[in-house]
Design a protein around this ligand. Structure first.
Ligand code: C5P
Length: 239
């Protein structure tokens, strides 16, 4: 999969102006998060696609009772997106409900279904938070590994995780299980608020299925050149 550009912009116009800069013939995969979706509504998907062909990762991190998640996922399934997310902490039944909803929504719209990724523990959670606030009394790495296995058993197609967690996750999941990794920085880029970062080439070598890159591309003085360099680093590390 090609690198996924996180479109972390406040408004639809910023996102459409950004994707318009890329060559129409170059395949592009973008991530739409809560900010943009809540600002613009579901029409963000068709509005972006009116500019150019796009693969879309709609990262809304669903988490509710299984019935509610199934109905919400049904609506997302009808949008024709390629990837979306649920919190694995919602449990096996909730993840399975999300998967059913996505499949049903896509089938009713006559579209290929989106693949479902589970969020294990957010990279903003640390051991102290897990132990004292959530009273989860195991090392955070074990908790992440366990939730990845739960997500796979429930029918998720993959997880979102830090590249540093790849070996642990790969050890308990099938080879075709997707592990999509944010927290990517080219060797010469500013780290920003990301704490644990790896380069595109390191992510590839660790077995990442796809990298998510935001600010190193969106805030670059030349976003096209930044994307080209990251894409090159990512794809050449695979061979
Ligand atoms: O700008 P940057 O490359 O840090 O953006 C990374 C993107 O990946 C953001 O949209 C962020 O919300 C998302 N993300 C992350 N860490 C996670 C899950 C998602 O950075 N654990």
């Amino acid at each position: 999969m090609q690198p996924i550009i996180a479109l972390d912009f406040p408004a639809l116009e910023d996102a459409t102006a950004f994707v318009r800069r890329f060559d129409l013939h170059q395949p592009l995969f973008v991530k739409v998060g809560m900010e943009l979706f809540y600002a613009s509504g579901p029409q963000i998907i068709s509005a972006l696609r009116a500019v150019r062909p796009l693969n879309i990762f709609l990262d809304l991190k669903l988490h509710d009772i299984p019935h509610t998640v199934e109905r919400a996922a049904y609506q997302l399934g009808r949008l024709g997106i390629q990837l979306t997310t649920v919190h694995a902490a919602g449990g096996q039944q909730m993840i399975a409900a999300a998967k059913r909803g996505l499949l049903a929504g896509a089938a009713d719209a006559g579209l290929p279904p989106a693949r479902l990724l589970a969020i294990t523990h957010l990279t903003s959670s640390d051991q102290a938070m897990l132990t004292t606030e959530l009273q989860i009394d195991v090392p955070i790495a074990s908790a992440v590994q366990h939730l990845a296995a739960v997500a796979q058993a429930a029918g998720a197609d993959g997880v979102v995780a830090s590249a540093q967690e790849l070996p642990l996750i790969r050890a308990v999941t099938a080879p075709d299980f997707l592990v999509v990794t944010p927290g990517i920085r080219p060797a010469d880029a500013a780290v920003g608020d990301q704490v644990r970062v790896v380069t595109p080439a390191e992510a590839a070598r660790l077995g990442s299925s796809a990298i998510v890159v935001g600010r190193p591309i969106t805030q670059a003085s030349d976003p096209l050149a930044a994307y080209r360099q990251i894409n090159q680093e990512w794809s050449t590390a695979h061979v």
